[in-house]
Design a protein around this ligand. Structure first.
Ligand code: PMP
Ligand code: GLN
Length: 384
């Protein structure tokens, strides 16, 4: 008989996305929980991938990624952010954004290091930190606009602080960091050796003419940063699990030492396809408008319900309070909504390590119009 494993994550259960998607399936509910589109991905990108398979691109890609894709990413970064990053030294293709972030943590963290993160936080950050023996230092975003109180950040920094992780546009709240926020972060980190991990998977899903303030635009910050992206979120193919990390050469050299003995490399045909597809600027420049229209449609359909929507300036998501419907805690309310109303959502309390509950739930609006109409019709039936 084997002894039970001395768990590295004793207090971690099954992810909320798995739990709510399973509950949605079980109850035949419309899934506005886990963040994935229910409409087809771009046909031309799919065709390019099929072509790459037919053309025989089916063996291992180079460890850092298919070179032409890294070149296309480097050109895109120059075009969007006016920053030159070496395709050879500073970009690594990864199996998804989550992996890009995990590898960044694993590259820099040692037991006892502290990492500052902001809650509600994407659910992988805290377990990633804990599994590396480090300590998450959690700062709550200011409810209800979910902004960062930078004075709290200054107070949290000490000699053990190894890294800060930021995420803009933000999952789950759709809040966006402003240029002033980034300047504040830059001044706080200026004379420190703290690393920055910037989760920018929603870089192209930003609304109301807001600009994405990528860390790639700020040389003082970029020199200490791992900037992480996901093609799944850009091209509505979350199941591809393909992303990349951009970092200065000395950081990337260490990053690749971890990556080469973990994934080593990623699915080759999609990399070949994306190398070509990225050259079409419209393929990413059109996305914000497309997704903003979905947000606006969702917001207009929700007017007939008793939910109070919070603002969303980016991502796939919008949050809502439900004080006119129920007093239940958010997790119980989400379960009830799935079972009784047939609409699955995500309780925002799941994005806090201690389950802090402001009675907020998250909706994913990256859905077909008919899905949004059917789901919001079901939600209209709710009142106290
Ligand atoms: N970061 C955030 C904020 C996310 O919402 C997600 C989920 N897509 C990821 C990272 C992970 O991206 P991927 O699915 O490419 O691993
Ligand atoms: N990023 C997606 C979300 O926030 C889910 C990813 C996952 O299921 N791990 O819903």
């Amino acid at each position: 008989m084997m002894n039970p494993i001395n768990s590295k994550l004793p207090n971690t259960g099954t992810s909320i996305f798995t739990t709510m998607s399973a509950l949605a399936t079980e109850n035949n509910a419309i899934n506005l929980g886990q963040g994935f589109p229910d409409f087809p991905m771009d046909e031309s990108l799919a065709a390019l991938t099929q072509k790459a398979i037919g053309d025989g691109y089916n063996q291992y890609a180079p460890m850092a990624g298919y070179p032409a894709l890294r070149e296309s990413i480097s050109e895109k970064i120059k075009f969007l952010y006016n920053t030159t990053v070496s395709a050879t030294d500073c970009i690594t293709i990864t199996p998804g954004g989550s992996y890009a972030i995990y590898t960044a943590f694993t590259t820099i963290l040692r037991p006892g290091d502290e990492v500052i993160l902001f809650e509600p936080a994407y659910d992988s950050y805290t377990p990633n930190i804990l599994v590396n023996g480090a300590i998450p230092i959690r700062i709550a975003l200011e409810f209800p606009n979910y902004s960062i109180n930078w004075d709290k950040v200054k107070l949290a920094i000490n000699e053990k602080t190894k890294a800060i992780i930021i995420n803009s546009p933000h999952n789950p709240t759709g809040s966006v960091l402003s240029h002033e926020d980034i300047l504040m972060l830059s001044s706080i980190l200026k004379d420190t050796s703290i690393y920055l991990i910037s989760d920018e998977v929603y870089e192209h899903l930003i609304f109301d003419d807001k600009q994405h303030n990528s860390i790639l635009k700020y040389p003082d910050l970029f020199k200490r940063s791992f900037v992480c992206f996901s093609f799944g979120k850009v091209y509505n193919c979350t199941g591809w699990k393909l992303g990349y990390c951009v970092a200065p050469k000395p950081l990337m050299d260490e990053y690749r030492k971890i990556h080469q003995f973990d994934a080593f490399c990623c699915f080759t045909p999609s990399q070949v396809a994306l190398a070509e597809h990225l050259k079409n600027k419209n393929s990413y420049l059109s996305l914000s408008k497309f997704m903003q229209a979905k947000r606006d449609f969702f917001v207009s359909c929700m007017k007939e319900t008793k939910f109070t929507l919070l603002p969303s300036f980016g991502s796939y998501f919008i949050c809502a309070t439900y004080e006119h419907i129920s007093d239940l805690p958010a997790n119980e309310f989400s379960i009830e909504l799935t079972k009784k109303q047939g609409v699955a959502t995500i309780p925002v309390s799941a994005f806090y390590m201690d389950g802090k509950d402001d009675k907020v739930i998250r909706f994913c609006f990256a859905k077909k119009e008919e899905t949004i109409i059917e789901a919001t019709n079901r939600l209209q039936e709710l009142s106290r």
